[in-house]
Write a new protein. Structure first.
Length: 363
């Protein structure tokens, strides 16, 4: 395997000679490797197999990422920022000048410059992390808010469209393809009772109450690279950057980051919203974005946290009922454990809802 992967790297315009390729990171969608070069003065690289089932149109996905990274790079240059290669992803082309390489088995590969001395955390370990995460995603939002040209390609149609997510979920429940519905009726009931409430954002967009923007849409804290002092370097994992609503980004950052437990915590007593971390994310995000958001958008931020948690519960449970075709799993009931943890987190947010709104209003 390693020899074959090394051969893949030969199709890219790299400096130095790659001597080691090893698995890297903990994402649920793509497969990531670090490719290390022999020479001390040659950079290392990050190599990924793009999940072609999740992202069917790799050329358009690649074009989106190139447009976004080129725009951010230009702005950082104009601002005179040092160390730009650590502040934005650098895409590496193939020898044919393409942004990806398709191998003989049909796998799509891509490469970035490896950002050295950076780290990312699957879980926050202190309060400052929340402020840092909020600022990082807010800064990203500010950088891409004036991306010129045609809208980005919708790489996953309806990605955070709760209306279609719920419709698909209902179809899945009806089909019950692997006979798992009987185990999960209390969870499906809980989610379907709330379906009406969670169609609100898509409706507000359709009515023109909130604008569509370029948004990241996968704002897990491990998608922020931090330096050795835990200051944010750059936002990564740009596959889902496409048109959407701003509450998706802060909402998913809180869903993922302001949880006292893990995303897949089997012990639901561990899972609650941490209101201090919540406040950190909101403060950091608004510090960066308050001048560009409309009053109506600001009003959707707290709701975004509930919305993305609701949606993620639907997505994990949908995948469980479907027989686990989407997310990588580590045990047969992993998606169910994940869905239950998201439902517990949502219940905790429902209990803290007044305070969640108050914190946004006070900024
Ligand atoms: P996934 O979609 O599977 O989450 P990511 O693009 O987030 O994949 O990459 C997985 C992990 O690899 C990240 O969490 C981060 O730790 C690391 N990583 C990604 N890009 C870089 C980079 N350019 N330099 C250094 N580390 C990176
Ligand atoms: C996936 O790729 P990764 O692991 O950062 C998923 C997100 C989910 C997340 C849940 C393209 O993110 O939407 O919120 O898992 N990405 C895609 O952990 O579906
Ligand atoms: Mg990631």
């Amino acid at each position: 395997m390693t020899r074959e992967i090394k051969q893949v790297t030969e199709h890219f315009k790299t400096e130095g000679s790659i001597e080691l390729v090893k698995p890297f990171g903990s994402g649920l969608i793509n497969t990531t490797y670090k490719a290390e070069t022999k020479e001390a003065d040659a950079p290392n690289y990050l190599l990924q197999i793009i999940n072609h089932h999740v992202f069917p149109n790799v050329p358009e996905l690649t074009r989106n990422i190139k447009r976004v990274t080129a725009h951010i790079r230009k702005k950082l240059e104009q601002e005179g920022v040092n160390d730009i290669d650590r502040r934005v992803l650098t895409t590496i082309d193939t020898l044919d000048g393409e942004g990806y390489y398709k191998d003989h088995e049909g796998f799509y590969w891509r490469m970035f410059l490896f950002i050295e001395d950076a780290r990312s955390y699957d879980q926050l370990t202190n309060k400052k992390h929340a402020l840092t995460g909020g600022r990082a995603f807010g800064h990203f939002q500010r950088m891409v808010s004036d991306l010129p040209g045609e809208p980005l390609y919708p790489v996953i149609e309806g990605f955070h469209n709760t209306e279609t997510r719920i419709d698909n979920f209902i179809q899945r429940i009806k089909a019950d393809p692997v006979n798992r519905l009987k185990e999960v009726t209390s969870e499906t009931d809980y989610l379907l009772e709330r379906a009406g409430e969670y169609k609100k954002i898509v409706q507000m967009g359709r009515d023109g109450v909130i604008p569509e923007r370029v948004v990241h849409q996968d704002t897990k804290f491990n998608n922020v690279l931090l330096d050795e002092n835990d200051n944010a370097l750059c936002v990564i994992d740009l596959d889902t950057v496409m048109p959407g609503y701003v509450c998706y980004d802060i909402g998913d950052a809180i869903r993922n980051g302001a949880n006292t437990g893990k995303e897949d915590d089997p012990n639901l007593d561990n899972v609650n919203i941490d209101m201090e971390l919540y406040e950190g994310f909101i403060k950091g995000f608004l510090e960066e974005t308050k001048d560009i958001l409309t009053p109506s958008e600001k009003e959707t931020l707290a709701f975004g946290a509930k919305l993305l948690t609701y949606e993620q519960a639907v997505r994990f449970l949908d995948d469980y009922i479907d027989g686990d075709n989407y997310y990588k799993i580590n045990s047969p009931d992993h998606n169910l454990v994940r869905a239950r943890a998201q439902i517990k987190l949502l219940k905790s947010m429902e209990q803290n809802w007044e305070l969640m709104q108050k914190i946004v209003a006070e900024q």
